[in-house]
Design a protein around this ligand. Sequence first.
Ligand code: FAD
Length: 342
Amino acid sequence: MSETIEADVVIVGAGPVGLFAVFELGLLDVRCHLIDILDKPGGQCAELYPEKPIYDIPAFPIITGDGLTENLMAQIKPFDPTFHLGEQVNSIERLEDGSFRVTTDADKIFLTKVVVIAAGGGSFQPKRPPVPAIENFEGKSVFYSVRKMEAFRDHDILIVGGGDSALDWTLNLQPIAKSVTLMHRRDAFRAAPDSVNKMRALVESGDLKLVFGQVTGLEGEDGHISHAVITDNDDNEHKLPTTRLLPFFGLTMKLGPIANWGLNLHENLIKVDTEKFQTSEPGIFSIGDINWYPGKLKLILSGFHEAALMSQAASRIVFPDKKILFQYTTSSTSLQKKLGVA
Ligand code: FAD
């Protein structure tokens, strides 16, 4: 059953720019809901380069992708945003009164006055492994993420991959599964050493099966797998009883459903003005890497500036009768109260 949530502002994307928008909107008393496909905030910084140093964030001579995300999360804490992680925004429709209905693939409906699209390079989508007819099993017995662990209880689970996601889910699902097999091409794992050690201890105690090779076929009916066909590194074929397959082959970025939201685009980016960063649809704003205007630079600092100007315009929609005063955080007691420092 779908859940309906009333909101002032819904931000699509919890990357660095979506996160900073929470701060700028918060100073203007606007509370936000953030939705992201990823299971953590931080967008590209968290997913693509968590440990790499960034050198061009103003006043931070050096900060990692994860460090920047952590600082942004601390900075927006006073405004208590609501996160909806692991969910993709599928559609935005305008309602008769000018507000919007935003729907996600987790059956959530948001009724909101303003939408801010901070969707960066677009949707992170799982890479599909090259297994014949795998699409026939997707959503029924093949999954690329774990939304609810209960859906995996008492199953024969095959997890494929050698990174953190594969290892984390191997360790988390092993206690509730009927059986778990972890498969990777070779005996070398990119995941955190602690997870690899825990995984090896489970193999040692006989609670986990570790195999090297590739999935080359799936058997089953009506989308439900019964066996995975595995080809090992000596080219021998085995059939492994499997009722749930979780391949973790990394993520790619695609524009995704944004293309269908009726907005004017420029080469797959959302066209905005440079006064409010509003799209061709009044009330829908777009900031960060996903937008385009003449002279646009895809830098985090550009997104931060866009968030500040967007917030002024968005707050006028949320509070049409309120006068907005320009204030500095250094000298305004009212802003400092909102930040919990005065
Ligand atoms: P993103 O970080 O892309 O976040 C957007 C979020 O929106 C994602 O989490 C995505 O899952 C989510 N999303 C998309 N569509 C949907 C949907 N339909 N529903 C729900 N969620 C959705 N920039 C710099 O300024 N300095 C640097 O040194 C620098 N180095 C970089 C190094 C690398 C390797 C890379 C890849 C990028 C680098 N960048 C750098 C660019 C910087 O990371 C981006 O400018 C920044 O991440 C843009 O932030 P954003 O919030 O606009 O988008």
